[in-house]
Write a protein that binds this ligand. Structure first.
Ligand SMILES: Nc1nc2c(ncn2[C@@H]2O[C@H](COP(=O)(O)OP(=O)(O)OP(=O)(O)O)[C@@H](O)[C@H]2O)c(=O)[nH]1
Ligand SMILES: [Zn+2]
Length: 194
């Protein structure tokens, strides 16, 4: 059973009201929930389930859209409140080194999913069960979800979270991530209007 371990308030640059960073017991990875105080506490919570992307989240890589999606969530939640579940699932769960190997293959023409398979790894190794477990530990079973990925919505429902509505993120297209975004739409049916 996943339970809350600790809560600590951390002021963030640009966030008028500081969020709580929440740690958990019950899974191996160090997933965290970042809870921004809600303006309307009775409304269904707005949630972003974000998979770690060191290159995009920290360094602003243009090969994906993770960085701007993360910052969009932080901006919106800073204003309205919301819950950011930051999952330590680098590279769709295959890890950082494997993701960088997959990037090398993508430079040779494979798409993001073919590249994982070429490395004998799953196209997408993520389970979103920990996200559902974290929400339940926070006492939340009904959410509004910020995502373009239908698999996230489906898995959260499967693990007992009612997704009242799905809200798409912005479209963060640039010349370097077009192939990546097109593959997500073509293969995994992401709802990105390209
Ligand atoms: N293996 C691999 N992982 C990638 C690649 N590009 C980004 N990632 C990882 O993909 C994850 C983000 O997944 P996405 O499919 O972009 O988006 P999503 O989180 O499923 O869906 P959204 O909620 O709409 O953002 C992060 O863990 C990134 O590190 C890549 O080319 N190869
Ligand atoms: Zn990324």
């Amino acid at each position: 059973m996943v339970t809350i371990k600790n809560r600590v308030v951390i002021p963030l640059e640009g966030a008028a009201r500081p969020p709580e960073f929440i740690t958990f017991s019950g899974f191996a990875e160090e997933h965290i929930a970042i809870v921004f105080p809600a303006l309307a506490p009775d409304a269904t919570p707005l949630v972003r389930v974000h998979s770690e992307c060191l290159t995009g989240d920290v360094f602003g890589s243009q090969l994906c859209d993770c960085g701007p999606q993360l910052h969009e969530a932080i901006d919106v939640f800073s204003r309205e409140g919301g819950i950011l579940l930051y999952l330590r699932q680098e590279g769709r769960g295959i890890g950082l080194y494997a993701k960088l190997s997959a990037y090398a293959l993508q430079k040779q023409g494979l798409d993001t999913f073919e590249a994982n398979r070429h490395l004998n790894l799953p196209e997408d190794a993520r389970s979103f069960e920990p996200a559902a477990q974290m929400l339940k530990a926070l006492g939340i079973t009904r959410i509004r979800l910020l995502t373009n990925n239908p698999d996230k919505t489906g898995q959260l429902e499967q693990y007992g979270i009612e997704v009242e509505s799905t809200i798409p993120t912005g479209v963060y297209l640039n010349p370097n991530n077009r192939n990546y975004l097109e593959a997500k739409v073509r293969v995994k049916k992401h709802t990105i209007p390209l």
